[in-house]
Structure formats: C-alpha cells, structure tokens
Write a protein of this length. Structure first.
Length: 320
C-alpha cells in the first residue's frame, strides 16, 4: 500500500525533456531547470516524461535516465517528482514503474494504451492495476488524455471504487475539456482522498471552481508565476482578480493556438522565457518557424510575461 504521504497539489510542471541540437538528451541543463522552476516560477512539483516531455518518443533507457536525473537534481528542492511510466507494452511500463520506485520518485502515472486499446473500463483498470502492482509503495495516478490516446472511457466511470482494485490509486491527471466528467469525478470524491489534477491550463479556473485540487500542465514551466497568482486570488475568494489572471493566460494561449501550438512550440517558448536551451523536439515533431518565435516573443512581451532583460541565450537572435 502506498504510504499516505503528502498530497500532490498546487501547480505541477509537465517538464520538457531538453535536447541538444543533435537530438540527444541534454542532461546538463536539468539542474538549472529545477532552480528556474522553483525560484522564478514558484513551481515545486513536476511530472516527468509525459506529453510535454516527449516520453513516448524516448527509448526506455532514455526514460530511465531522464527520470533519474530529475529525481537527483530535484532532491531537497522539489516537493514531488511524479514519473509518467505509460507505454504500449505492459512489460515496459512495469519496468519503468519499478525503476521509478528504485530511484525514489514520489509517484507514477500511466496513460491508457493507445494502439491496441482497452475496450472498456474493466480492461483498462486491469492494465493499470498490473502496472501499479510493479511499484506497490508508490502513489499511482491515472493520466486521462482522451484526445491523444483515443481512449474515450470516462474518468468518472474509472474512479468508481477504484481503490478496491488499485490500492495505491491516488488520483487523476485530467487532460480533457469535459467539465461534466471532471465535475463528476469531484462529486464522487467527497472525502477528498484523491488528488484531482486538471490538465487544460487555459481552463484551470473553471476546474478550480469545480473542485480541482491542483493542476499539471506545460505552461506552468513559463507561466507558473502568473498561474500561481491566479491560484492565490482564488484561495482568497477574489474571483475578479482570478478571472483577470485566467483571461491574461488565455490571451497568450489563444494567440499561439492560432499559430499552431504543441510540444515543439512549448520547447521554444520555454527557451525564450527561461534562457535555458530546450533544444529541438524529436521527429516527427519539427522546430517551430522563426515567424512563430517572433510573434510569440512579441505577445509574451505585450502581456508582460517577458521583459527584454529576460532574454538571455533564449533570444530570437540565436534561432535558426
Ligand atoms: C495536450 C497537452 O499537451 N496538454 C498539456 C496542457 O498543459 C496544454 O499544453 C495547455 O493546456 C495548452 O493547451 C498537458 O495537459 C500535458 C501534460 O501535462 C503533459 O505533458 O503530460
């Protein structure tokens, strides 16, 4: 049984996997990245090797090394390091789960297998249960992201008496816009024993109203400070300020959505804002264009998410 330790809450950055220009993992910047998250963005928990971390584009050996580096660099600095260990192969997923336990991660998360898919909730739960059993001392989170996995089983169905089947089950990362489904997860969780983490950054305020206990997302890498201001306003019931913060975040996300936004763009924006080189994405993803970068940079500046003095080696001048 997982120790009933600290609950995963607040903002959790879905970390990027930094790469060199040759597409190898750039472990050398992870220590600096941890400091940046904690000191500049006020974000103290991370979700490693997920969508933003290109976890499913990495080899198993790379995933193990990345997980290890984050745990090592985050020691005594981060509150929680959760490792995504989902894979198409149950055996690989179990191997990664065991490894996460060995290196001292704080939790594991798993997405639904997305090629040969589970046909119903019981089949999905059985798969998750087998992975969770490989790390019986680690809190387990289900990573619900139906738009990417194509597995449309509703999260609220899955939650129903799940701890009877997966004793280490500790919560959900809900990356979907279906607030009816999310609301029903909260409604079923009246004892508040689970962490219900929302994963659509541009809609977080609505999910907070609905009862989200925290959030996992890509934009907390570089908009963590702003989003924390929204959380603080929400906590003190200053809904008007909270809404202003959310609208400001939406203005940026809506702007980049129109230009085409995904993991590649996240890597580039983070490079720009933090000054830490995140490198290119792994194929088939492609580096965003110079035009995208110029437009994103101007927007970040106009919304006060970036000042000219912030631009270090992330500057557009070094963009090729
Ligand atoms: C589809 C996707 O990548 N969603 C992001 C969001 O943070 C997303 O980038 C943001 O809401 C902007 O749309 C996260 O839910 C993904 C995530 O947390 C992860 O990388 O594991």
């Amino acid at each position: 049984m997982a120790s009933p330790k600290k609950k995963l809450q607040g903002l959790v950055a879905a970390t990027i996997t930094p790469m060199t220009e040759h597409g190898e993992i750039n472990f050398s910047v992870i220590g600096r990245y941890v400091d940046y998250l904690v000191e500049e963005q006020g974000v103290k928990s991370i979700f490693v090797n997920g969508t933003t971390g290109e976890g499913l584009s990495l080899s198993i050996s790379e995933r193990r090394q990345v997980a290890e580096e984050w745990v090592t660099q985050g020691r005594n600095k981060l509150d929680q390091v959760v490792i995504h260990v989902g894979a198409l192969s149950l055996k690989e997923s179990q191997e990664l789960a065991r490894h996460a336990a060995e290196i001292g991660a704080d939790g594991i998360a798993v997405i639904a297998p997305f090629f040969l898919k589970p046909g119903n909730k019981d089949v999905l739960i059985n798969f998750l249960k087998e992975v969770a059993a490989a790390a019986p001392a680690l809190p387990f989170y289900y990573y619900h992201i139906p738009a990417l996995t194509g597995v449309k089983i509703r999260a609220e169905e899955l939650l129903d008496r799940i701890q009877e089947k997966i004793p280490t089950f500790q919560g959900l990362k809900f990356s979907d816009t279906d607030l009816l489904d999310f609301g029903q997860c909260v409604d079923q969780n009246r004892q508040r024993q689970f962490a219900l983490l929302f994963g659509v950054d541009e809609q977080l305020l609505s999910a907070l109203v609905m009862g989200a206990t925290g959030a996992v997302g890509s934009t907390y890498n570089y908009l963590g400070k702003k989003t924390n201001q929204m959380l603080e306003a929400f906590e003190r019931k200053d809904f008007s300020s909270a809404l202003n913060h959310q609208f400001c975040i939406q203005r940026f996300i809506n702007f980049v959505f129109k230009l085409g936004f995904g993991v590649s763009q996240t890597k580039a924006i983070m490079t720009l804002v933090s000054g830490i080189p995140m490198g290119p994405p792994r194929p088939p993803l492609q580096k965003p264009s110079r035009e995208f970068m110029a437009a994103a940079e101007a927007k970040l500046k106009s919304l006060d998410f970036l000042s000219s003095t912030d631009l270090k080696d992330g500057s557009l001048d070094s963009w090729s």
